[in-house]
Design a protein around this ligand. Structure first.
Ligand SMILES: [Cu+2]
Length: 456
């Protein structure tokens, strides 16, 4: 083909007139209303808000090190944003209104563009008015695959949620700012789902090995997860592989926002199940219906997943230790706390819907809780002075738990701090930016448990 200078100029002009045709159109993630059967069969569909109109929202699957590009399109009647939970991300893409970006108004868009450095099980969710928006269904899975995936027959993402529905209409009750919930355990529901469905079933074969990627997307419920008819190992927590997989011998807690990757073998001849053990008994979350045999015996043993490129963190002696006291809530009512530099009484705070505080602040303070230089090591002690558990989440970094004997435990991004307990963590602040630090019981975050730290 022989292009004249004139036709070259013409095509250049065409590119200028239709620039979007010259580039590939961005992939979109549309936050919008939808309807879905959440409740058991026989109930009407529930009106939800979802990414691309469903709950969970569109799954995002990538290879480790790949780039995520999504144009958030907000078709909701409220401003929103997206937080990519557990991704050690570029700060500007972290999705926190007022800290890393402005909330995206109705009808507007925002382009997210970042690299995923770590393989594992992550999730994304709305981060504006989260107590309402996540409760309405604005979350989805973000799965980053290892270059060498473990040998399994099925890789299943199971997003656990807890809904408060009107038992007559199956519609979401809209009491998101209910003071009783905010000041107690948070918004606990009356219906649990996996992947937006009540008691779903998955076809399996006996002696199949499954990877179960559990994600707790609930506002406030700590699931106490157990397996029946399956046995196996926890191989990753909050996305990060365990150096030594933990055999599952009992139930284990999965707090809001936490993830656990399991490798399990199906032992049952008919039905296996995933359940949650609550105070008043166990209830089923999902069933695994067995049809046929994959092998005559289960596989032997398990190997750890390949490690992620986390910073070196071995010596935590002689590093600064920062205390964060978790305060307030029912039965430990705040006497006073600050909003900005104004000290308010507990009564005044309650009138503003504030029931909790972190180190005396009932709102994200102007100054960071921790001002860290890049690459420095810090210990944070969460001192729970309340009578409720809290799931403390750091944006931007994973941290290591410090075990009671002082040794370093698994990497996590969310730590469950039980009532009256002190949990210590250690981290290397290697990711510059302004990072949120908050309770992931979303009602607690909305009513005071918000702070932040800075790496500059
Ligand atoms: Cu909390």
């Amino acid at each position: 083909m022989n292009l004249s200078r004139r036709s070259l100029l013409k095509s250049a002009a065409a590119l200028a007139v239709f620039p979007t045709l010259a580039r590939s159109a961005p992939l979109t993630l549309t936050a919008r209303e939808g309807a879905q059967l959440i409740a058991p069969p026989g109930y009407p569909e529930t009106d939800i808000w979802g990414f691309d109109g469903s709950v969970p929202g569109s799954p995002i699957h990538l290879q480790q090190g790949e780039r995520v590009q999504r144009r958030l399109v907000n078709e909701l009647p409220q401003a929103t944003s997206v937080h990519w939970h557990g991704i050690r991300i570029d700060n500007a893409m972290d999705g926190v209104p007022g800290l890393t970006q402005e909330a995206v108004p109705s009808g507007a868009t925002f382009d997210y563009d970042f690299i995923v450095p770590d393989a594992g099980t992550y999730w994304y969710h709305a981060h504006n008015k989260s107590v309402e928006q996540v409760a309405r269904g604005l979350y989805g899975p973000l799965i980053v695959h290892e270059s060498e995936a473990p040998d399994v027959e099925q890789d299943l993402v199971l997003m656990l949620d807890d809904w408060r529905l009107d038992p007559e209409t199956a519609q979401i009750t809209q009491d998101f700012d209910n003071g009783h919930d905010l000041s107690h355990a948070g918004r606990l529901g009356n219906l649990t789902t996996v992947n937006g469905a009540f008691d779903p079933s998955f076809p399996v074969q006996q002696n199949q090995r499954l990877r179960l990627r559990l994600v707790n997307a609930a506002n406030a419920r700590v699931f106490t997860v157990g397996l029946d008819g399956m046995s196996g190992w926890i191989v990753a927590l909050d996305g990060m592989p365990l150096a030594e997989p933990i055999p599952i011998e009992d139930t284990f807690p999965l707090a809001p926002a936490q993830r656990a990757d399991l490798l399990v073998d199906v032992l049952a001849a008919e039905t296996a199940s995933l359940f949650s053990q609550e105070r008043d008994g166990a209830f089923g979350l999902a069933r695994f219906v067995v049809a046929g045999q994959a092998a005559s015996t289960p596989r032997a043993g398990v190997r750890p997943l390949p490690p992620n490129p986390l910073p070196e963190l071995t010596d935590i002696n002689n590093v600064p230790r920062h205390e964060m006291r978790l305060q307030g809530g029912a039965m430990r009512w705040l006497e006073s706390a600050r909003i900005g530099e104004t000290e308010l009484s507990g009564r005044e705070l309650a009138q503003l819907g504030r029931f909790w505080a972190l180190n005396g602040y009932a709102e994200r303070p102007d100054d960071p809780f921790l001002d860290a230089s890049p690459g420095s090591v810090h210990r944070i002690a969460f001192v729970n002075e309340t009578v409720f558990p809290h799931a403390m989440h750091l944006h931007g970094h994973h941290f290591r738990l410090i075990l009671p004997d002082g040794s370093l435990g698994p990497w996590r991004d969310t730590v469950l701090v039980e009532r009256g307990e002190t949990r210590e963590i250690a981290l290397v602040t290697d990711n510059p930016g302004n990072w949120l630090l908050h309770c992931h019981m979303l009602g607690h975050a909305a009513s005071g448990m918000m702070s932040w730290y800075r790496v500059t």
